[in-house]
Write a protein that binds this ligand. Structure first.
Ligand code: FAD
Length: 464
């Protein structure tokens, strides 16, 4: 006889423990299988946006950011060709609609932390739940009913032995390199480049407790954010093909293309890091959400949907999804074996998650394109985007509310993106002057076309 669970959660990374806790809160029996229960050491998932923190609170897991020496994040400092603009997070209260109310008196904050410490806290909270069992086991296969195709559970390696585990539903959260994704969707992730980075000690930040985004017409974006009050993660965007780390090409690339772009006061910490620490890298991938139709299985987290990490939105999407999924699938009134009922719930889930995830996902990809500025038109848009932020007021509050995951309104994103495009065109006329007027006039069309190409296909793909 095998023990039967309501849910098998594969993967105890960012989303797995949250799903386990949320389902357990609703009286569901949950088994979590994680291939390595030791503290992970990765360069992902270290900045949690205010919107993600709000969702973590809804899941009753906000203590996961406590006791890990996390840094409070109050917003961003964007540095463009040596000039700076401050982008504080908006004032926020869960009871108010950010699209209508501006003065709430309480500035929203995010958190920067060591990924591994945060994950260990999440796992601890999940394990403490009465209905949750967590095992170190590597899922190697899904068990299916050959006749109906329904997923019945997974086979997993436990201490070198293959064992079957049965659950009414399997929540597959095995992350970015999901071994199971390809069995359930034909859509493949697209690598957009790599983040290469390290932890910097005692870096002299321009504005402590703020993420720093360094952009410029001649280089790829660089991100720096605190992971503790005294440490900061630096992530440099490196386009493919990745220079080899083993022969020193990667270090040379970073020394030549990234180190000199950092504000002067931040350079010594990076120089010291380059001399003493190893560079680490991760691919940055985009994967539109998959609407999974296999009965008995749901792909979640990065296994289902990925965006560019430039805007630090991955965990926010995960926790929004976890809240929704637990509220919709968790209640005892849901008969998990009733395929029609579950299919209807899942349809609603994909519909409802769209607004929140689309804003974070599209913004990440569009901002990455603007901040990388590989063409003349994108450089004009990059310059316009910075100018737009410099105007302050709603030109800062709107975009940062979207980025922080607090304002899930695709229409507001559309408005600000095209406001940036038109402002870029206006600035281009000013910069080119009378002599350059004919060229600026021609570029009205090419810049607008570029803005549409950068933005609209992603928005359509995410929303429909
Ligand atoms: C370079 C980079 C930086 C990022 N920075 C941020 C950031 O600052 N803020 C942010 O919000 N997002 C960030 N992200 C995105 C964020 O890390 C992901 O969205 C998030 O980790 C996804 O969570 P997940 O639970 O789906 O996957 P993961 O967190 O990767 O967890 C997957 C888990 O599944 C386990 N697993 C895998 N295979 C198996 C198996 N066969 N059996 C059992 N267990 C298995 C793994 O060990 C792991 O514990 C970043 C991404 C990248 C690439």
């Amino acid at each position: 006889m095998y023990e039967e669970y309501d849910f098998i959660v594969v993967g105890a990374g960012v989303i797995g423990p949250a799903l386990a806790k949320g389902m357990s809160d609703r009286g569901r029996k949950v088994l979590v299988l994680e291939r390595d229960l030791n503290e992970p050491d990765r360069i992902v998932g270290e900045l949690l946006q205010p919107g993600g923190l709000e969702s973590l609170k809804k899941l009753g897991m906000e203590e996961a950011v406590e006791g890990i020496d996390a840094a409070v994040v109050e917003g961003y400092e964007v540095i463009y060709e040596g000039e700076r603009v401050h982008i504080p997070y908006p004032e926020y209260s869960p009871d108010f609609d950010l699209a209508k109310t501006t003065q709430l008196g309480v500035p929203a904050t995010g958190r920067g932390f060591h990924h591994g410490r945060f994950i260990m806290n999440l796992r601890k909270i999940a394990r403490e739940q009465p209905n949750v069992t967590m095992l170190q086991a590597t899922a190697v296969d899904v068990i299916k009913n050959e006749e109906t195709g329904r997923v019945l559970g997974v086979e997993a390696m436990v201490n070198g032995e293959k064992k079957p585990f049965f659950g009414t539903m399997t929540l597959m959260c095995d992350g970015t390199a999901s071994a199971f994704r390809k069995q359930f969707t034909y859509i493949k992730p697209v690598i957009q480049g790599y983040f290469v980075g390290m932890v910097l000690d005692d870096v002299d930040l321009l504005r402590p407790n703020h993420g720093h985004v360094v952009i410029g017409a001649g280089h790829k974006p660089i991100l720096v954010y605190q992971t503790t009050p005294t440490e900061a993660r630096i992530l440099c965007d490196v386009p493919p093909p990745m220079p080899s780390a083993s022969n020193g090409d990667l270090k040379r690339y970073i020394e030549e293309n990234c180190l000199p772009r950092l504000p002067k006061q931040m350079q010594p910490a990076f120089r010291k890091g380059l001399d003493n620490k190893k560079l680490r890298s991760m691919p940055n991938q985009y994967l539109p959400a998959t609407v999974n139709k296999t009965p008995g299985l749901v792909l979640v987290g990065d296994a289902m949907n990925m965006r560019h990490p430039l805007t630090g939105g991955g965990m926010t999407v995960c926790y929004n999804d976890a809240v929704l999924l637990c509220e919709m699938l968790g209640p005892q009134s849901v008969n998990l074996v009733d395929e029609e009922q579950v299919a209807a719930i899942m349809k609603k889930f994909y519909q409802e998650r769209k607004a929140k995830s689309a804003v974070v996902n599209v913004l990440s990809v569009a901002l990455y394109k603007l901040f990388s500025a590989e063409t003349r038109e994108l450089k004009i848009l990059q310059n316009g985007c910075f100018g737009y932020f410099e105007k302050g007021g709603e030109c800062v509050r709107g975009p940062v509310s979207l980025l922080s995951g607090l304002l899930p309104r695709p229409a507001v994103l559309f408005y600000h993106f095209f406001a940036v495009a038109f402002y870029s065109i206006y600035l281009n006329f000013i910069n080119k002057g009378i002599v350059g007027f004919p060229l600026a006039l021609l570029q009205v069309f090419t810049v607008l076309y570029t803005a549409i190409v950068v933005f609209v296909p992603f928005l359509v793909r995410e929303l429909f």
